[in-house]
Design a protein around this ligand. Structure first.
Ligand SMILES: Cc1cc2nc3c(=O)[nH]c(=O)nc-3n(C[C@H](O)[C@H](O)[C@H](O)COP(=O)(O)OP(=O)(O)OC[C@H]3O[C@@H](n4cnc5c(N)ncnc54)[C@H](O)[C@@H]3O)c2cc1C
Length: 574
């Protein structure tokens, strides 16, 4: 029996849909599952498949027409079937349709200047790191036809040569350190003096974890229906990208091309082995000695790893302290702890040359030399613009980074830029959050980034995690502030864990108790900072967190205690 096909309701709020394409014409045979027509709503374009085999007997609307949901748009029947009744019924329903329910679009070809509904995709994402791949998933989940272009491996820097491999190596270092102190816990018969890292196993474990996660991203792409193209994407216009010699068009393009390691503009003798974090992650044996140029997060994490494994490490830092973005009180503690591990730290030290046998630097107006066979260059990362000729395309940049507004839109309306390439906050979770903001805005949802409440984490032991303003920044902005602190040595679980180094510090404003910043230097800090992120997002006060019951015994109690100190002037257990 002939079937009346209706304008589908594709979303909770959808009241009408525009038919943008018929895949079949009257008289054509059609099979169940074949695309029959394509509908555009305010949020998405979607192909609608036939739900039965048959022949297209009648089509009631033309491409470009808009119709209220559930009204008939076609009749499908068997070949040779008399479907007059179904056609008449459909026409009757359409006859009852108020005039405004069906309206012809201004341009029946649905073609606008550069933006065409015949675009290959709704969204094209260039770069498959945590920014790009999460944006692609979100876009597909929001009904957008999405393509992701990646020239290397899915997962980008984060999964392949950044967050995950570093943390895998650092966990090996942490395990070694645990073995070294296992006697304290009553573990016996361990030859602690012989404990060390077998780099072959360390590397195999790291590579296997990276592969699992990269494959997982591939599976997520398939599951969400994202088309993945391997190859370097070249942005050729406001709506077009070339990859592997093919031109792809998309209504919107998201640039997520990441960043790359920077080097120092000094003379570097080719005879010296100078490596970046990328090569460092693949080292197959632990060097006796290493000079690390740059005491930022990456430099300090590798310093910690190497020193744990037995390397004599020297850090040379241009600024007056390492981890300059961290609250100074905590940096001072970390510096002491790293020095206790045997790491030599030179601050306010300007590297002037790297010869074939030494790193040369100036400190206090005097030239110094550290002899070494290998140097890790970790002086920061800069946006990567491979395949993006910003000048030619008229995309505005600032100090090499693509400029965006708070919706992640670049100076070209149809193009967004997320993650490291926009240089705002070079962290994986920022990239992912920005990707979601970009997609939501493309889909008509007004969302934006709040860079004031992005947590950051450093994975040495004890861990460091921060959010919001440092004490110095808060005092500069607000004058008087309240600072609540709680030392880990007064926490039961920290004692039981044998890791009672560190402090939890919160900074709040005096008027409302608003949380301005939180700085954790303790075991589990990188997980616990999420509580502070949620509290700040929800604009919770110090008093509210102090009165939030935290489980005992946990390290998280230190946050509650620090909040008591900030809100009431004193912690309970210290
Ligand atoms: C050693 C190290 C440790 C780190 N640890 C942490 C951490 O613990 N926590 C944290 O939050 N952040 C960490 N980061 C930073 C984090 O890795 C980045 O902030 C994050 O990966 C940025 O994501 P993204 O999507 O912007 O770019 P990326 O991850 O760099 O991905 C960009 C992708 O785009 C691809 N690409 C570039 N140009 C093109 C083109 N024209 N066509 C096709 N593909 C292209 C690249 O191949 C790459 O895969 C670390 C970084 C390093 C180097």
């Amino acid at each position: 029996m002939a079937e009346i096909v209706i304008m589908p309701k594709l979303g909770f709020n959808m009241s009408e849909g525009k038919l943008i394409r018929w895949y079949k014409s009257e008289g054509d045979a059609i099979q169940k599952g074949e695309p029959f027509f394509s509908v555009e709503t305010d949020k998405t374009n979607m192909d609608i498949e036939a739900t039965r085999d048959g022949v297209v007997i009648k089509q009631f609307i033309e491409e470009g027409e808009t119709l209220a949901v559930t009204l008939p748009i076609a009749v499908i029947g068997d070949k040779g079937e008399n479907a007059d009744d179904a056609v008449a019924e459909a026409q009757a329903q359409l006859g009852k349709t108020p005039e405004k329910a069906m309206k012809k679009t201004d341009n029946a070809q649905v073609q606008t200047s550069n933006q065409t509904l015949s675009s290959d995709y709704d969204i094209a994402v260039i770069g498959g790191g945590p920014g790009g791949y999460e944006a692609a998933i979100k876009a597909a989940q929001m009904g957008k036809k999405t393509v992701l272009i990646e020239k290397n491996r899915l997962g980008g820097t984060c999964l392949n040569v950044g967050c995950i491999p570093t943390k895998t190596l650092l966990m090996s270092a942490a395990s070694l350190n645990n073995v070294k102190k296992c006697g304290e816990f009553g573990v016996e018969n361990v030859e602690i003096n012989r404990a060390g890292l077998d780099m072959d196993t360390v590397q195999k474990r790291k590579n296997s974890i990276v592969d699992q996660l990269v494959n997982g991203v591939g599976m997520l792409m398939k599951k969400n229906g994202v088309t993945v193209i391997e190859g370097e994407g070249t942005l050729t216009g406001d709506h077009s990208v070339t990859v592997n010699g093919n031109n792809i068009t998309a209504e919107n393009i998201i640039l997520a091309t990441g960043s790359e390691s920077k080097s120092l503009p000094v003379n570097i003798d080719p005879g010296m082995k100078v490596i970046t974090s990328k090569e460092m992650l693949d080292i197959d044996n632990i060097p006796e000695q290493m000079v690390i140029v740059g005491g930022g997060v990456i430099g300090v994490e590798f310093a910690y790893f190497l020193a744990s494994a037995g390397t004599k490490v020297t850090i040379v830092e241009f600024l007056d302290r390492i981890l300059n973005m961290v609250d100074k009180e905590i940096t001072d503690m970390v510096t002491k702890q790293l020095e206790t591990m045997g790491i030599e730290i030179h601050t306010s030290a300007k590297v002037t040359e790297i010869t074939d046998e030494a790193v040369v630097y100036e400190e206090d107006g005097t030239e110094h030399k550290i002899n070494t066979k290998i140097v890790l260059m970790s002086v920061g990362r800069g946006p990567r613009l491979d395949g993006i000729d910003t000048k030619k395309l008229g995309i505005k940049t600032e100090r090499g980074a693509i400029m965006t507004d708070e919706h992640m839109r670049t100076s070209i309306d149809s193009i967004y830029a997320i993650g490291d390439v926009n240089g705002k906050s070079m962290l994986a979770h920022t990239a992912s959050a920005e990707g979601i903001v970009a997609v939501e805005n493309i889909c008509g949802i007004d969302s934006s980034m709040d860079y004031g409440i992005i947590p950051s984490a450093i994975y040495i032991e004890p861990e460091i995690a921060s959010i919001g303003m440092t004490e110095e920044q808060a005092r500069e902005k607000y004058g008087e502030v309240s600072v609540g602190k709680f030392p880990l040595m007064a926490n039961g679980k920290a004692k039981a864990s044998g890791e009672e180094r560190g402090i939890v510090k919160v900074i709040t404003d005096l008027k409302y108790g608003e949380i301005l910043g939180a700085h954790l230097y303790c075991i589990h800090a990188t997980d616990m900072i999420a509580e502070m992120a949620a509290a700040m997002k929800l604009e919770a006060t110090a008093g509210e967190i102090a009165h939030t019951v935290h489980p005992h015994p946990t390290i998280s109690e230190t946050i509650m205690e620090a909040m008591h100190a900030a809100a009431d002037g004193s912690a309970i257990n210290f």
